[in-house]
Design a protein around this ligand. Sequence first.
Ligand SMILES: [Ca+2]
Ligand SMILES: [Ca+2]
Length: 175
Amino acid sequence: MRLIFMVVVVAFFAQCQWKKNVNSLTQSDPTMVINELMSDNKSTIYDEKHEADDWIELYNTGKSSTNLKGLFLSNDSTKLDKFPLPDTLVPSHGYIVIWADNDDKQGSLHAPFKLSKDDPETIFLTQGANTIVNRILLPDSTISEDESYGRWTDGAETWGKQKQPTPGSANSGGQ
Ligand SMILES: [Ca+2]
Ligand SMILES: [Ca+2]
């Protein structure tokens, strides 16, 4: 009986594609984290201009509201201060969606870069211009259109594909 149980457990984990992102880095006590990303948005969500653009969801893991001011997003390790996040409060355990559409004239939540859907790419969240809070390797084309890549659960260190993307709300896991 015990052996059967062990076999079932091993089989379960062999099937499980959720794993720690080997290239991820999380500061020991981060408050804001990159929580979910989509690099091939076809019809999941539209911005104010009705464009189905790439997006990055940030999540406040802390017990109080956090201001995004002083944080930066980038897809370039040689220019970590590419996108200064706006003076905006995110509530405790709240979410905010940043458009990665290279349309920074469309508002303060639009970053001046897009996400690559064909090649692996590293996305950085930094405190100030230099201190990396989060470094996430976004995998390549194994993620299909309208699928996202996210943490399970919110704020955790394990990452995987989400067939049901959840921009602005709790991650849904692999289902
Ligand atoms: Ca746009
Ligand atoms: Ca989400």
